[in-house]
Each structure stands twice: as structure tokens, then as C-alpha cells.
Design a protein around this ligand. Sequence first.
Ligand code: ADP
Length: 502
Amino acid sequence: MKSVRVLSVAAELYPLIKTGGLADVTGALPIALKPEGIEVRTVVPGYPSVMNSLGSVEGVLHLPQFFGGEARLLRATSCELGLFVLDAPHLFARPGNPYLRPDGVDWPDNALRFAALARIAADIGLGAVPSFVPDIVHAHDWHAALALAYLHYSDRRRPATVMTVHNLAYQGVFPRELLAAIGLPPESFTIHGVEYYGKIGFLKAGLYFADRITTVSPTYASEILSGEGGMGLGGLLRERSCDLSAILNGVDTSVWDPATDPHIPGCFYTDMPSCFESDVLENRATNKAALQRRLGLQPAPDAFLLGVIGRLSRQKGLDLLFDNLPTIVSEGMQLAVLGSGDSDLQYRYRAAAQANPERVGVSIGHDEGLAHLIQAGADAIVVPSRFEPCGLTQLCALRYGTVPIVSRVGGLEDTVVDAGDLAVTGGRQTGFKFGPVTTENLADVLQRACATFHDVAAWRRIQRNGMSTDVSWRDPASRYADLYRSLVELPQEVELPQEKVA
Ligand code: ADP
């Protein structure tokens, strides 16, 4: 098997810096690729949380004037991950969320910050660090995408490239006046380059120049080729559809392992069906009680406890769930919400918890431990997204015996089997799905799930089916490995699309 070197370029990397699923993927995939003979190094910005996590560090490049300040490229290892860290304090030495100021507004220099990440990635791709010259540069989302443009406009031999779309809604679009500041030549500002409706489109550029494009579920792959789902990039994606493939995400089963999870009081094994009744049920009941205590909910073992973990946003459909609170409360269900985001939704959920403290518990913020406790203690996880590229919370839920209730979009459609889908998929039911995504359809599915919850034997069957689903990285990693191997055998230049972007 040919050994392949990959430079992964990412703005987030679990466990060093995380706001969502992107970090989970970029953190887990390099480790899952090791048995495939793929050597991955990840280049990340030197945010404070990254700098503080590094053990021994080697300076590999000194960059006296790099995007407006002095910077260094460091080489380090942290949590089994091989890293390059762009230590550029003028760009990244800022606390909190990597993209937003403390008041929730984008940092005004985000174009420069992520162009800098992309530039250093391209430099490594072109051989700036002789001890690690990658065969492939793999860019994740818009923050990394410009690397593929820098590689294209270099006159040096370049590595092959992969662009992964984790969420097409975030595209990195900036004023054209920044072209010189980010170091791209004037001729790059064309429809056949980085230009995107009169501005600079980072993700557009990545999608245009990548040798291969991937996204994170088959249904999302077809959604983004459609008019609405393409979010302005559908035309370009359709042009490039021969080079587009879908590889479902997995979850890191060492982080999300109910048998060893340090965040939960009742650990349980999932791979011994014979022990299901005694081990799983007893320990899940312990976790449910702990979750109810933690959020001040009534300690009711038989109440149908719904969990939510995620960004409080329109994408996630949590306004629709909010509209269903009267049903949830009147039907005797409970709701545990962990998330942050839209300030109006934060306010409304907090107010709902104050009005119904025994039924609704809300924690606003990012809390890794509570996320694990919800997965281990809730009866069901609700993911009513309007669109969802893959979704990770429903995958973790399957592993923890928590039944997913999801909308029929993107990766949710691909990873959960509803009773109504059995004839189609031939699979075993692992959860509940609804669609189209409306308040009424969500109400119906919640009631359907609640009724099944009270049919103990039926509910256990669904839990067992979920827990025996393989949600690990094993299969997805082997698909990425195949993709990489196919690319290193390719000639360097691919034919670029010539049509105008829709
Ligand atoms: P996203 O679109 O936000 O990336 P995903 O479902 O793909 O959604 O991934 C979300 C990841 O972030 C999961 O690992 C989930 O557990 C985690 N997560 C989301 N919100 C929170 C939070 N408030 N606290 C802790 N973990 C969270």
C-alpha cells in the first residue's frame, strides 16, 4: 500500500479548539487514517487554547512580516495529532470563539486571518517545510479554502487537493478591495478564479480549484446541487459534480464511549446485547436522574426526556421545537437543552425554563461534560434541522442508546432509520423522522415517539438497533484513504470548469 502524506487545513480541531462538528471531524479523521497508512498533519491557527495545549514545540519558519505582523510556523504534537501551528499573535491571540468577537460579531479582519491560514498551508504544500512535503492538501470549509487558490496561482509544482464542504451556508465572502492584502494576483479576480458575485469568495475559490470535492452525506450532496440547497454555489457544484463525492462522518468512539465516559455517573457497555437489560437500563436510569438533577427538572424516571445539544439557530430548527413547548409540557414530556447562538432563542428558552422548571431545563453555553450527560441520560435526542450536512449528535445518540428524532434532511436522512423506511432500506428502526420540516410535523413525530416510549419492549428494540449501528470512523476513513490514493496517482492539473457560476 502506497503511503500518502496529507496536510489537513482547518480552523477547528478537537480537542484543542471546537465550536461544532467541524472540529470533531478534523480531530478524529487523522487518527482514524493511521491504520490506512495515511500520514496526516494538520495546520491550525495559534489561538490561545491551541498554544496552551502544545507540549514540545519546534519552530520551523520565522515570518517577520506575515499578514501585518510577525509570525512563526511551529511544529508540534498534541493529543496524538501531528500539527503545524501558525503562531501569529496579531491575528489569533484572542480569547473565546475563533470567528466572533465577544459581542457575537465577526472579527473585522477574518478575511486576513483565514487567508493567512490558507497561505501558510499552501506554502507547506509547496515544500516550505522540507521534512513534510504533502502529497495532498485537504482544505476544510471556507476558512481553509483559499489555500487551493494560492496553490493554483503558484508557478511551482503543487500537491493534489481536496476541498470538503462541512456546511455550505458559511462561504467566506469579502470585499474585492482585499485582493492585494491577501496576496492574490489581479488576474485571480475573475469568474474563473476567486470572484464571486463581485466579491472574493473563499469557499467558491476552493470549490473551483479543488481536484476533488467532498461533502459529508449523500443526501446533502444531492441537496447542494439543487437551486435552494446550492446557496448560490449550486451552478459551480453542478459543473463539478463529476468530482464531487459524499463520505459520511463518523464519531470518535474513544471520546464517545459510554463504557468509559468520564462525564457520566453510569457507564455501560454497548456491545453485549445479553447485558442490555441489566447494565444499560440501570446505568441509563442513573444518568437520567443525574441529568434531571443537574438541570433542576422533576426527578421523574418515567417522563419522556428529550435532549437537545447544538447551536440555537434557524438551521437547527430549534424555533420549531420552541413552538412545540406547549405540547411537550402538556403531554408530560421533559426537555433538556444545551446550546448557544441566536440571542432571541437563548432568551426564549431561558424564559421557558423559568416558567416550567420541572419540565424544561436549559443551559446556555458550551459544555462538553453536559453534552455527554445529555447523550447518556436523555431518552431521545431531537434534531429538527431545516438543513443538516451530516449531523453528529444523532450519531452519538445511536451509540448511547438515546433514540434520535430527526428531520428528513441531509445526513439525518442518511443515518437514522424510521419504522416507515423499513421497506425501503431493509434496515431496522433506529429512530423517528419527520418532514417536511414544520411545527405540526414535529409535533406529530414527538407524539409518535412518546407513544412508542411507553411501549417498553418496542422502545428497547429501537435502542438496541441504534447501539449496534456502526457509527465509527472505520468505514469513512477507508473511503477518504481511497480518495487520497486515487489522487496521488493523478496528473497534477485537472480541467477547470469554464461555465459561469449560477
Ligand atoms: P454543527 O452544525 O454545529 O457542526 P454537528 O451536529 O455536526 O453540528 O456537531 C455538533 C458538535 O458540537 C457535536 O459534537 C455536539 O456534541 C457539539 N456541541 C454543539 N453544541 C454544544 C454545546 N453547547 N456544548 C457542548 N457541545 C456542543
